[in-house]
Design a protein around this ligand. Structure first.
Ligand code: FCB
Length: 489
């Protein structure tokens, strides 16, 4: 059914069903701090953030939002906003300091308190096992390029689910393996900062394999029949409207779709890597890391496919002469996150843009959800991240401090509209998590990008509720998207 509504996705009063789960998301290294406490070992992000020149302003996650010490008040904050669910991640090096062996009771206890605190407040715990903080000791042994890391991950998953697996509603194996593999081992923009296309593709495979090994362990160890999922940052790929035949846009789109989307979706949900991916990358690696039986192992039934969505990309083949555009949304630090596709160009897209320079395109979210549903009918979907960084300002009022973040409210409203349209078109979309609950350590950008619906004053650790959090609170309470004051762009 085609839907009607405003062409710019600025609808209001849209009704979400009572069982549509609305919450917010964070990740361990971005908020916790307390990096040396209670037996936590170093992760690749500790090493990377302490390496001069890697992070804007030399920022690190040493303190971050100090969430580790402010757990109770942060839980109260979530309750006050009426969150129905909270998506957080577990720091592997808190559970196993060096990535192997007996689990650390103190680390498990912290997440036990978090989960219990959520349940006490009526908030569903949605736990991600890996949001990028690999124990450094495993990286020293080769990281995700080493096949053994996949087995270590399955063991870590089993230990964690044995401890918490009577209380967690949804277990997610990985957050955005695309970033771990291609930014971590290809471009070098993320930890561990390697720049080797062959290593990046080996990492893709070992992350997929780790998922496939962990899912049965999670189901075996859990005692409450949880949903099991993985979260991908799928790329919505566009081509320039004024493209010429020389731009070979269909080829460019196919190549990026293979690397960015099908490298994960095909083995995970179809049980097979696509031939064109292997052919496109044959000059980079012979894929000898792919062993008989791996694809079957990776192909596990999942209850939910998590979708992180922020913006689109636009591609064409590079002419090899003009300066190559690389507006793929990621920092250019030397290496390529596109192994074997250095001749594809990422074209600057029309705005408006967020503070990340990412184009605002709610139609891309609707398109992505509908396309996934068409490709994988019956697969339940969840938006596990969507949100926007903007340079907020604090305003003092008689009622206290507030942040009038109209641009973020507008962004959320337009993307909730897109989600609603997808649901009306038959997509089994079961929830929506706003990134992020708190301003936090935005990876290589440090603390310069604010995604929170709650502001964090990094000097005092004060939390200031932004208008966007109030907007979300009203949506959850009324089940209707609240009216949004019009924005001047
Ligand atoms: C996603 C990450 C998340 C956050 C947002 C802005 O790629 O999963 O941690 O950095 O982007």
């Amino acid at each position: 059914m085609a839907t009607t509504g405003s062409p710019d996705y600025r609808d209001s009063g849209l009704v979400f069903a009572p069982d549509f789960l609305i919450g917010s998301a964070t990740a361990s290294y971005q908020i916790e701090g307390a990096v040396h406490e209670d037996g936590r070992g170093p992760s690749i992000w500790d090493t990377f953030s302490h390496t001069p020149g890697k992070i804007t302003n030399g920022d690190t996650g040493d303190v971050a939002d100090d969430h580790y010490h402010r757990l109770d008040s942060d839980l109260d904050l979530m309750e006050s906003l009426g969150l129905e669910a909270y998506r957080f991640s577990i720091a592997w090096p808190r559970i196993q300091a060096d990535g192997t062996g007996k689990p650390n009771e103190k680390g498990l206890a912290f997440y036990g308190r978090l989960v219990d605190g959520l349940l006490d407040r009526g908030i569903r715990p949605i736990a991600t096992l890996y949001h990028w903080d690999l124990p450094q000791a495993l990286e020293d042994a080769g990281g995700w390029v080493n096949r053994d890391t996949a087995s270590r991950f399955a063991e870590y998953a089993a230990h964690t689910v044995e401890a918490l697996g009577d209380r967690v509603h949804t277990w997610t194996t990985f957050n955005e393996p695309w970033c771990s593999a291609y930014l971590g081992y290809g471009s070098g923009a993320h930890a561990p900062g390697r720049t080797d296309g062959a290593a990046a593709l080996a990492a893709v495979h070992h992350l997929n394999l780790a998922h496939g090994l962990a899912v049965p362990e999670i189901r075996r160890a859990a005692r409450n029949e949880p949903d099991v999922s993985i979260t991908l940052n799928l790329h919505v790929i566009r081509t320039p409207e004024d493209a010429t035949p020389e731009d070979r846009v269909d080829e460019a789109r196919r190549r990026i779709d293979a690397l960015a989307n099908r490298a994960f979706l095909s083995p995970l949900l179809r049980g097979r890597y696509d031939d064109d991916l292997l052919t496109d990358t044959a000059g980079v690696t012979d894929w000898s890391f792919l062993r008989p039986g791996d694809e079957e192992q990776i192909h596990q039934p999942i209850d939910v496919l998590g979708v992180n969505y922020y913006s689109t990309v636009t591609v064409k083949m590079w002419d090899g002469v003009s300066p190559r555009q690389h507006a793929d949304g990621h920092q250019d630090v030397g290496g390529s996150p596109w192994p074997g596709s250095g001749d594809v160009e990422f074209v600057v897209q029309p705005g408006p843009y967020t503070d990340m320079g990412w184009n605002v395109a709610p139609d891309g979210l609707e398109e992505l959800l509908v396309s996934l549903h068409e490709q994988f009918p019956g697969q339940t979907l969840m938006i596990t991240e969507n949100g926007a960084a903007f340079p907020d300002r604090v305003v003092e009022t008689d009622a206290g401090k507030t942040v009038p973040d109209a641009d973020r409210v507008d962004y959320l409203n337009r993307h909730f509209t897109a989600a609603h349209r997808a649901i009306e078109r038959g997509v089994p979309l079961h929830g929506y998590f706003v990134w992020s609950l708190l301003d936090n350590f935005e990876w290589s950008w440090g603390y310069t990008k604010r995604f929170g619906i709650v502001r964090v004053d990094y000097e005092t650790q004060e939390r200031i509720v932004k208008d966007s959090a109030r907007w979300l609170q009203e949506l959850i309470a009324t089940r209707r998207t609240p009216a949004v004051p019009s924005l001047v762009e």
